[in-house]
Design a protein around this ligand. Structure first.
Ligand code: HEM
Length: 139
């Protein structure tokens, strides 16, 4: 029982760190302007911290989520909302891994591509959708 509570706590902590990283990326994008030019190192450090936090959070989601799924549902999906939640998590994980893999080459090229802002919005919406689906899946 203590292990179950620990898993659930870690799952919610992943949500806390994931949200911070996702909102951080969005706020960084919204704050983009001429003032960035004076502090590219600072902006890049924030980008790095956010993407690594997102990677840690998504890893923690999977580890604790699979364990909870096995524990509570013995790998039987509790319904459509849960199945949809997992499909969206796969998409979100692909985005987080892609951004982390590409970041070093973007940094060498002088910054991330323009389409990354759309990617950050999609990732934030996927995260929100996952929380909504968890609400419906688990009541
Ligand atoms: C972006 C990724 C994810 C988000 C935002 C998310 C969100 C949540 C939330 C808000 C809850 C409710 C927590 C509570 O009842 O206190 C939850 C529960 C749960 N999640 Fe996730 N989750 C994610 C990834 C995963 C993954 C990858 C799995 C499994 C492969 C998973 C399996 C579960 C299970 C089984 C529960 C129910 C635990 C219980 O019965 O109390 N989640 N999730």
């Amino acid at each position: 029982m203590i292990l179950f509570s620990l898993l659930k706590t870690l799952h919610v902590l992943a949500l806390m760190f994931g949200s911070a990283a996702s909102l951080g990326n969005i706020y960084l994008m919204l704050a983009k302007g001429p003032h960035d030019l004076a502090a590219p190192g600072f902006t890049n450090m924030l980008r790095k911290l956010y993407r690594l936090t997102a990677l840690g959070a998504i890893g923690l989601f999977w580890i604790t989520g699979v364990a909870l799924f096995l524990w509570e549902y013995e790998f039987q999906s509790p319904g459509t909302a849960f199945t949809l939640k997992i499909l969206l998590v796969i998409l979100l994980s692909a985005i987080v891994v892609f951004v982390n893999l590409m970041a070093p080459s973007w940094a060498r090229r002088g910054g991330p591509p323009d389409y990354l802002s759309a990617v950050h919005w999609i990732a934030a919406l996927l995260l929100i959708a996952n929380v909504v689906l968890a609400g419906f899946a688990f009541g």
